[in-house]
Design a protein around this ligand. Structure first.
Ligand SMILES: Nc1ncnc2c1ncn2[C@@H]1O[C@H](COP(=O)(O)OP(=O)(O)O)[C@@H](O)[C@H]1O
Ligand SMILES: [Mg+2]
Length: 238
């Protein structure tokens, strides 16, 4: 199970009903970037093998020849398409990148958040997938990714603070995560856990951002309620 966002996108998109839950994604090329910026205005560049939100670049078209670029806590404006491409070549070196439509994630106090949904199955080929935990990640001040120095809180609390929904929205997101896990599990029979990053946009639409095969469990340990962490560890052993 290689960490490869492009491969995972194709597994989820092809052969399941989840295509509409995935923000449009293409392998990064100059043409793909230009086309997507015209179509969506705001896009995200991510390393295929990315982790922890690093090297993720948000680009917004601000007129015919101007771009607003946001990376980590920094934002710059570029007034020339060639300069933009040159800058990207330098930043991205030779790692493969994907370009993806940017979602307008729901916010808490002007900070975007997304949710992590942990899905696991027991050993044995016929076992079914179960949601074993979830939490919301709120971006740190100035960041557009939720990985960095983020606050983690229970999902229901986040949905309430964002005034975007209640338990039924979480249940819907969980169902989508389960479908996605099933799809990945068919491709990888040995796969037993996926930590999904699920986005909810301002129109309450649910999106699959990515699935992590080796999700960090620390945030579950830090939640006030220890029951999720316990359940996750139980599933790991059974
Ligand atoms: N298409 C997108 N639109 C808006 N925000 C995004 C998008 N893709 C990623 N993000 C934000 O960046 C974070 C990191 O992206 P992700 O694809 O999970 O990469 P990583 O492997 O670095 O965790 C996400 O949790 C989300 O907060
Ligand atoms: Mg992630």
């Amino acid at each position: 199970m290689k960490r490869d966002k492009w491969l995972q996108y194709r597994i989820l998109r092809d052969g399941s009903s989840l295509a509409g839950r995935l923000p449009e994604t293409q392998l990064f090329t100059k043409d793909a970037l230009t086309k997507m910026l015209l179509q969506y205005r705001s896009v995200v560049l991510k390393p295929r093998d990315g982790r922890y939100g690093r090297d993720i670049v948000f680009i917004k078209r601000n007129g015919p020849n101007a771009y607003r670029i946001h990376n980590e806590k920094n934002a710059v404006t570029m007034r020339d398409t060639n300069k933009l491409l040159k800058w990207l070549r330098k930043t991205n070196s030779d790692r493969g990148y994907i370009v993806q439509r940017r979602l307008q994630l729901a916010q808490i106090g002007r900070k975007p958040f997304d949710i992590r949904i942990m899905v696991q199955r027991k050993k044995g080929s016929s076992s079914t997938w179960n949601v074993t935990g979830s939490y919301a990640k709120v971006a740190a001040q100035g960041y557009l990714v939720t990985n960095v120095a983020s606050r983690t809180i229970p999902v229901l609390e986040a949905l309430k603070l964002a005034e975007i929904g209640d338990r039924s929205l979480l249940v819907k997101a969980e169902r989508i995560a389960l479908l996605a896990a099933k799809q990945l599990g068919e491709r990888y029979p040995k796969l037993r856990q996926v930590g999904f990053d699920i986005g909810i946009d301002r129109k309450r639409r649910i999106w699959i951002i990515e699935g992590n095969y080796q999700p960090d469990l620390r945030p579950f340990r830090l939640l006030k309620d220890p029951s999720m962490h316990r359940r996750i560890l139980w599933y790991k052993e059974h």
